[in-house]
Design a protein. Structure first.
Length: 207
């Protein structure tokens, strides 16, 4: 499976309008396109940061929608009063859910970079060793790991059932992250937290 992320820096006072636009217009439109299997939206109410992710059955299906998605992206930029969006395409290396994502859920997103030459064995290590430890953190709901096999860039999103669960997991998650980045020979780029504003996925299986 594959994913396309659109990241923008919006006006915090316009986030609710942006959420409504994505939930009521963008998501139904994407779900009507061949190959779309999910849409999510993460927001940071303090900074106005927004990440909208669409998931696809194949790279071909994802790229076939680019022309149709363009006008929606332009409209979202207007609604959010945001700057120019950053659009990236990814492979979905991990997609794991322990429980449904409730209203009020929050996510911690970690960006890393690994030498592409060793990316595949490091992904195996993550699935076999790191993910089971993350799953044990209180309030954990789901994890998704997006990777770019060309650059080695990765984005791990771990969703927790509430803001309090996210904050309670901070120290344990930090220790896991430090240990994992060291053993996976990964460069830590950034870590940020978000509110899960939209979460809809039509695939129940773990990848």
């Amino acid at each position: 499976m594959y994913a396309r992320t659109t990241t923008v820096q919006g006006n915090p006072s316009h986030l609710d309008d942006g959420i409504s636009f994505v939930r009521d217009e963008v998501m139904p439109a994407l779900q009507g396109m061949d190959g779309c299997i999910g849409v999510s939206m993460l927001v940071d109410r303090e900074t106005g940061g927004v990440i909208v992710t669409s998931s696809w059955e194949s790279r071909e299906a994802m790229r076939a929608t680019e022309t149709a998605v363009g006008p929606m992206r332009d409209r979202a930029q207007q609604v959010l009063s945001s700057g120019r969006p950053e659009v990236k395409e990814w492979d979905i290396a991990v997609l794991h859910r322990s429980r449904p994502i409730p209203e009020g859920a929050c996510a911690r997103v970690t960006w890393t970079r690994i030498d592409p030459k060793v990316l595949d064995p490091m992904l195996d290590y993550f699935r076999m060793t790191v993910l089971p430890e993350i799953e044990q953190l209180p309030g954990f709901c789901s994890a998704s790991l997006l990777v770019d096999h060309t650059t080695g860039l990765g984005a791990l999103s771990c969703v927790y059932e509430s803001r309090s669960a996210l904050e309670s997991s901070r120290d344990a998650a930090s220790m896991l992250r430090s240990d994992a980045t060291d053993k996976m020979e990964a460069q830590l780029i950034d870590v940020a937290t978000f509110e899960v504003a939209v979460a809809h996925l039509r695939v129940p299986e773990t990848v």
